[in-house]
Design a protein around this ligand. Structure first.
Ligand code: TRP
Length: 332
């Protein structure tokens, strides 16, 4: 019998993941999978994107981009089951069942929905303006993603914590009525510093301060050059603890590199030089994966095959579990 705990996570394909996603969620999830201690299931949450992406070609491209990111960054399909949410229709059945155990008030309190409706209010619009039901019930679908595989751990960025709490709430609400059908999942959040964006706030697509993972070297360099600095002369000593460039550098550099750059700051470094050092450490980490990413995107058939194999592995488990749930509620 396999007694390994299950680690599961998903990425919503709304564009190429950025450095914040990589350091905060993708890298730790891959480390978990590669540790050999977990049975890992990582997926592409394409139906979640449908809450906001309504252009078919765009959505289709994003799906491949996210799959290629996982693979390029080291996901080994013989070790991790990689699949696409929309290939597992059982998730949608569970979505309905769970929605009948979700208080409407719970959805009213979900951060993403609340933020949008507050924004509407502040702009004097109807609070429901531009909010579809998919967005409103997003946390229920996410709970279904997590619960159908009896996941033990969900590696995610800190912004997803509330969603995992909701998944636990729904599992508890169901179990309370029918007995221990669902496993309660636990979030695994990467500890350490938040990844800053180009403007110093948390890196986020919605702040438009993000650096996409696989840019050409030229574009990556250009983005790094956009980081704002003060007007101090190159020869002036600088405080590494008060520098966005240095904060970034620490996320990618070795101990020794960090110490060397810190010394250079204190001796006096030109901002151009500091930016070049930063570019070099980021590029060093991403160069290999970037090549692999470009290869994968040029031959999407391989991605198709991997996703099909993943779905073929997951579906029997999904249908078996769904039977259990359907029995519990009395429809079979
Ligand atoms: N909501 C997550 C995000 O935006 C993506 C996601 C969907 C997910 N379903 C999931 C993450 C299940 C973990 C587990 O990043």
């Amino acid at each position: 019998m396999n007694s390994k705990k299950i680690s599961l996570t998903g990425i919503k394909p709304t564009g190429m993941p950025h450095l914040g996603n990589y350091l905060g969620a993708i890298k730790p999830a891959l480390e978990m999978a590669n540790s050999g201690q977990y049975e890992a299931y990582y997926f592409i949450a394409d139906y979640h994107s449908l809450t906001s992406v309504h252009k078919a070609q765009e959505l289709n491209d994003y799906i491949y981009e996210v799959a290629a990111c996982w693979l390029a960054l080291g996901l080994d399909p013989s070790n991790v089951t990689l699949y696409k949410q929309s290939d597992i229709p059982e998730i949608m059945e569970l979505n309905w069942i769970l929605s009948c155990f979700s208080a409407k008030g719970l959805m009213n309190r979900a951060h993403a929905y609340k933020a949008l409706s507050a924004e509407n209010e502040s702009k004097g619009r109807d609070t429901d303006h531009g909010i579809n039901m998919g967005l409103y019930t997003y946390p229920i679908l996410m709970s279904s993603d997590i619960l159908f595989l009896k996941s033990d751990f969900v590696p995610v960025g800190a912004d997803q914590l509330q969603h995992i709490e909701i998944a636990r709430d729904l599992a508890n609400a169901f179990n309370h009525v029918y007995g221990e059908v669902f496993t309660l999942p636990q979030a695994k959040v990467q500890e350490g510093e938040l990844v800053p964006g180009l403007d110093g706030r948390k890196m986020s697509k919605s702040y438009d301060n993000h650096i996409p993972l696989f840019l050409t070297e030229k574009k990556l360099r250009k983005m790094i050059n956009k980081i704002t600095t003060d007007s101090s002369e190159p020869s002036e000593p600088k405080d590494p603890e008060n520098s966005l460039i240095f904060d970034f550098y620490k996320l990618f550099a070795t101990e020794q590199q960090i110490k060397d750059l810190s010394d250079w700051y204190k001796r006096g470094i030109g901002w151009g030089e500091a930016k070049l050092e930063l570019f070099n450490v980021i590029n060093e980490e991403l160069k290999g994966p970037r090549e692999k990413y470009n290869e994968l995107m040029a031959d999407r058939k391989l991605i198709d095959e991997i996703l099909e194999q993943g779905a073929a592995k997951v579906r029997p488990r999904a249908s078996e579990f769904l039977k259990e749930v359907k029995k519990a509620i009395g429809v079979i």
